[in-house]
Design a protein around this ligand. Structure first.
Ligand code: DGJ
Length: 735
């Protein structure tokens, strides 16, 4: 179905200068409308730009002008609270979006509306730009709002520029500045935020926001979201939104470095959200006429609960953001956990045959294949020396790629091109390429340091690592791009302004990725970071998938994948079956099937029955993967608070669906005592429910033909319990 983006007639009239006299008072409204919502800016008579409304779309767009009259605002200064981009040092009293020191050393900024422009990018996307200028200083900010009509997503960013007689220093430069109005009474704002660490990614906490500022941020530099990811969820009302009920705002910063999100409950009980790059240790000097463009922040609002909001984000990501979001993906066998650094050509030859035997598309060679002077036999040495290790691989990568081809599988390879071990030739030859403080002792994270991507020479080197692999191995089919260290002792040997380091590092990384994608537009690449220390929509424009966590214990993964799924689509989630956890192979595989399936187990050590199972599982997955990757995702039963977790995927035609159910509480007598109600089906259609992905020798216990109406109102019991810890059901239209 095609949706038509619509500029409100009011805005069109405004642009055309044809506004009728009676509506003059409202002519200052700038509505950004999507299928369900409106974010309405208002130009005040003094040219301040405010957020007049952010909520469900009104039927009559001329009534956005009446919102202010019913939102009681007691005093004058309060008017500043809903600024669309809050400057500091003039009339503002709360957290600013932008703070600057002008060329003359003055710290005050005022921003007034000058003009606006609307560009229809395509059927779905509309770009609004609003120019603001300081009436005293020759300083301007252009706000960008890109709206995606059918997905209800808005991306917001800003461009800062000046024509002063000297440099201006930017102390804060947010991307987005939002204002959410409280429903009043007992209602408030509920933040779902995440924290984590290695193998403990995406741990949720949901609490009511209290007055003052709650800051979500990171200062880690590279694998920036190791401790905290750049995404958040805010529910409006007397309790957090549930899966299907309540109003909720999701958002995230599209930046693979230090980010900062401030959520400020203001004195009027409204919520201000200011998000963008973290200004920590990063004053940015801006020369006259240069432009500083912030990364975008994305956000989506839904009044139909967390499930609806997440489906909107996922659809937007697949259609507009994630590289090849609607395309294909490769199933794979990875050797990391089966060999670690200990392999040679003959071992790999066996693994290539195992890849074929398993039935997956690709073999992925992990860490340990490179470096000669300081061989990469553990994680203490070799990083940076990207020549194949002659004793492990005397015939190089090319012969492995060839051998894979003759075995009928594709070949992929691991790299960590942004990093260096001090024990490496790269470090010996280019100590000035390394991020470190010249006068301080080096400090390592996983025995390694970060390369200085602010330096164009280093950008060329990093580009060359990956480009070299492709040019020498034309049939290389996949890259796993790892990033294991944070930045300690942030400093560059070449950067003029050291305080630009954190920002310019990420810009340098994007330049490299941009060049790689210009040359290799579609090769699948996994964004990995020693677990999920790096996933955001800034990076996912260049990557086809991400690695959610090194923790592949399936029970843990159910929780981790569940939380990621609110923000990222299943097609991007690389889920590998490993030997973490004590659960049966079927359970581990069923959990990994919730996204993009891969394996990291020793195929040759499987029992005949396990081998038969897993080969069948790959065939089953090939049959259902289209629904998992491209369908809508519905959370049916949450792993927190229930003994069974259930997740469902439904294709666009509502003719095919898959339901995964897992036992998440192993205490005596736990299991699916009640049916689980399905979602997203067509009530009028008939569906055949069948149990799939059965372990050899076991038989189906669930099945039959039911109407969509029945399945959604009464449900189906997957019959999960200790002896059947996971059950996969296909729900296909019966014609
Ligand atoms: C961290 C990754 O998360 C692992 O999968 C593996 O690739 C190792 N790095 C290799 O060093």
């Amino acid at each position: 179905m095609k949706f038509k983006p619509r500029l409100t007639s009011l805005l069109s009239l405004f642009i055309a200068g044809m506004l009728p006299g009676a509506l003059i008072a409202q002519s200052s409204l700038i509505p950004i409308e999507t299928a369900s919502n409106a974010l309405v800016l208002r130009v005040e008579p003094n040219k301040d730009l405010r957020i007049a409304y952010f909520g469900k779309r009104l039927s009559r767009s001329d009534e956005y002008g009446l919102v202010a009259s019913v939102n009681h605002q007691p005093s004058d200064p309060s008017d500043e609270f809903n600024s669309a981009y809050t400057p500091s040092g003039s009339r503002n009293l709360l957290e600013p979006a932008i703070t600057v020191a002008h060329a003359d050393g003055n710290y005050s900024l005022d921003l007034r509306f000058v003009s606006q422009q609307v560009t229809k990018v395509n059927d779905d996307e509309t770009l609004l730009t609003v120019l603001l200028k300081d009436p005293v200083y020759d300083f301007e900010v252009t706000l960008y709002y890109k709206s995606y009509y059918k997905e209800d997503v808005i991306e917001q960013w800003s461009m800062i520029r000046h024509h002063e007689k000297g440099n201006v220093i930017l102390y804060k430069y947010a991307s987005a500045n939002l204002h959410l109005v409280s429903d009043g009474g007992a209602n408030g704002f509920w933040l779902r935020q995440y924290h984590g660490d290695w193998a403990k990614e995406m741990q949720p906490e949901e609490t009511r926001l209290t007055h003052g500022i709650k800051t979500l941020d990171t200062k880690l530099g590279t694998r920036a979201n190791l401790y905290q990811p750049p995404v958040f969820m805010v529910s409006l009302g007397s309790r957090p939104a549930t899966e299907d009920e309540g109003t909720v705002l999701y958002g995230g910063v599209e930046w693979s470095g230090n980010f900062r999100v401030d959520l400020e409950l203001d004195p009027q009980e409204n919520l201000r959200v200011i998000a963008g790059i973290n200004n920590y240790a990063s004053p940015y000097t801006l020369a006259p006429n240069d432009a500083f463009t912030t990364p975008a922040c994305w956000y989506v609002l839904s009044d139909k609960g967390k499930g609806d909001a997440s489906r909107k984000v996922q659809r937007w990501a697949r259609d507009r953001k994630l590289l090849d979001g609607n395309g294909n993906r490769l199933t794979l066998l990875n050797n990391w956990e089966s060999t670690y650094f200990d392999f040679n050509e003959s071992k790999l030859a066996d693994l290539l045959k195992d890849t074929k035997k398993l039935g997956v598309d690709l073999f992925l060679l992990d860490d340990g294949w490179f470096a000669n002077k300081y061989p990469r036999n553990d994680d203490h040495a070799g990083l940076g020396d990207w020549q194949p290790n002659r004793s492990k691989l005397p015939n190089g990568i090319a012969s492995l790629v060839k051998e894979a081809q003759s075995d009928g599988v594709k070949f992929g390879i691991w790299v960590e091109p942004e990093m260096v071990n001090p024990r490496s030739e790269l470090y010996e030859q280019h100590p000035d390429w390394v991020v470190k403080q010249p006068k301080r002792e080096e400090h390592y994270f996983r025995n390694q340091l970060v390369l200085d991507l602010t330096d164009p020479k280093v950008q060329d080197f990093v580009f060359g690592v990956v480009d070299g692999l492709f040019t020498q191995n034309r049939d290389l089919a996949y890259i796993k791009w790892d990033c294991n260290a944070v930045i300690f002792n942030a400093a560059s040997a070449t950067l003029k302004d050291q305080s630009h380091f954190y920002v310019d590092y990420v810009r340098g990384l994007y330049k490299v990725l941009e060049r790689l994608r210009a040359k290799y537009p579609k090769v699948p690449m996994m964004l990995c970071s020693g677990g999920g220390g790096r996933v955001d929509y800034g990076a996912l424009q260049y990557f086809t998938e991400y690695w959610p966590s090194d923790n592949t214990d399936p029970l843990e993964r159910i929780f981790i994948q569940w939380e990621y799924s609110y923000f990222y689509p299943a097609i991007a989630s690389s889920n590998h079956v490993t030997d973490w956890g004590k659960q049966p192979l079927k359970f581990r595989t069923d959990v990994a099937m919730m996204g993009k399936l891969g394996f990291d187990i020793v195929i040759s050590k499987l029992s005949p029955q396990d081998l038969e199972y897993v080969q069948g599982a790959v065939r089953t997955y090939n049959d259902i993967k289209g629904v998992v990757w491209h369908g809508d995702q519905y959370r049916l039963s949450d792993p927190s608070g229930n003994s069974v977790a259930s997740m469902q995927y439904v294709d666009e035609e509502k003719s095919r669906s898959v339901v995964f159910s897992y036992l998440v509480n192993y205490r005596y007598g736990t299991g699916s005592l009640l049916p689980v109600k399905l979602k997203g089906l067509d009530a009028a259609k008939k569906y055949r429910v069948s149990e799939i992905d059965l372990y050899p020798g076991t038989s189906s216990r669930v099945g039959g033909v039911y109407s969509g109406d029945f399945l959604m109102k009464v449900g189906i019991n997957p019959d999960v319990h200790q002896e059947r810890m996971s059950v996969v059901l296909s729900v296909n239209e019966e014609k």
